[in-house]
Ligand binder design. Sequence first.
Ligand code: N01
Length: 558
Amino acid sequence: MNAAEQPTTPQSTARPVDVSATDAPSLDAVVVGAGLAGLYQLHRLRGLGLRTRVFEAGADVGGTWYWNSYPGARCDIESMSYSFSFSPQLDQEWVWSEKYATQPEILRYLHHVADRFDLRRDITLNTRVIRAVYDEERHYWLLATDTGESVTSRFLVMASGCSSTVKEPEFPGADTFAGPVLHTARWPHEKTDFTGRRVAVIGTGSSGVQAIPLIAEQAAELTVFQRTPAYALPAHNRPLTAAEVAEWKAGYPEFRAAQRRSKGGSVCEMPTRSALEVSEEERTAAYEAAWQEGLLSAILRSYTDILVNAEANETVAAFIRSKIAGIVADPATAERLSPRGFPFGTKRPCLDTGYYATYNKSHVTLVDLRETPIEEITPKGLRTADGREHLVDVIVHATGFDSVTGSLLAPDIVGKGGVTLREKWADGPVNQLGLVSAGFPNLFTVTGPLSPSVLTNMVVSIEQHVEWITDCIAQLLSSGVTEIDATPEAEAAWTAHVAELAAGTLYPAADSWYLGANVPGKPRVFLAYVGGADRYREACDASARNGYTGFTLSRPSA
Ligand code: N01
């Protein structure tokens, strides 16, 4: 363990600061969530010498990697890239075993990080922040938890994750089902065994696509209930050799620096040509090479216009459908599994290991909910619109999340003038640079709405936000500033800019969780900044360099 190790990030200029003042809050900072973001934020705020506490709803650290322990859960960004870069020592000592790490391995890594940097002593587990009220006079937050604790804190950092608030489908009769009902994102930590059981899986996004092949290996019968077919690309996962790991580690300093400069947090060559300016043969060869690469982004970056031109996009979509037809033996099932009607990449593509081939197993059945929607859950199973009752022993929901904003709007957050964040964001999130929403001073969101976040390698975006927030807090405190807020003008301009960029792409053409379309009643607003993590980083840094443009800084009133 090396608890004294200081962050070694290029932009770290922060020094420990003394925040003692009259009317001082009991804490300098509260961080909500002990996933990747919360762990790193705690480490950095500790580096400033701040009294910081983390509240975590789960029974252990890990965030999304704690909760999503369903069979088959693994990263869909390469493990060597999907890991912290702030500590070169950590980079050198941790050894990933596979191209795409499994959930248990990533959780072990996060436990290692928590222990290595001695983080656990400031983390309160099994505790949810349920209310936060801003004290306008004293410039701090009053926080209440579901365990009855109250604290006051100058700063509040919401590191509560983009995929944390579970979306439960609301089928009539749901509580009448006699058997176990599981959700991929609240998976029991004890081992589940489906041997001899008849299992229903509802949902075919990333979680369903990963879980279905593994559940099919055990279950006596598996029925998959699909509303929208996914575009899934093969992961080609495999163990990493010792030589590969050594090569990665030797190149880490340059790789990490390049990651920070990159568009999406992964280091890759960017395309220069349109999909429509090459012959069909050349295009197919490029897509085939990308298919063999086993990377989520490979096909997307074959050509410049895949996410902006419907005709270009359709060339990829058709290629993937031809692949599905080549894997799935029954033509009717292959057709049901073939995505149509929304462009490739506008819903997050999935990485699969044996997903399509699973439908060739005689005990696996696909039910297309567009033809026969679920009408009700019965004590013995699910009844679809054709009157058929599908008898099952276990129901697995792989139905996703109230993404990005769900965990920010779950607690009662009350800002200036008694306005709640829920009220302010009733028509969608509004903020300056994806970091602070006007009227909610001293509250920062890590990889929250209107930042690149879910469109990037999350670890890279988390590090960028945590470092910006840490440096900002250090600057404020060292200059006697006790409050930072966004200006209404700047946040209106940023929010409009994010929407305008998204409107210039194909993203709005799909009913995706990126747009909140999966949650009934959620405003249809594109939740992420599509301009690239590199441009975004520059916008954040420019604001800081110029004295936090777009923000107001206030000192205590005399
Ligand atoms: O959730 P999803 P997820 N009746 O929303 C269906 C990340 N992730 O948990 O598309 C019937 O993608 C829904 O149908 P539709 C990743 O960012 C990463 O799979 O709304 N069906 C869809 O098929 C990912 O994108 C990894 O029509 C219903 C599915 O359920 C994000 O988390 C692994 C329904 C939900 O798919 C979310 O993925 C896992 C209903 N009432 C997740 N409601 C990695 O590999 C929903 N559905 C790192």
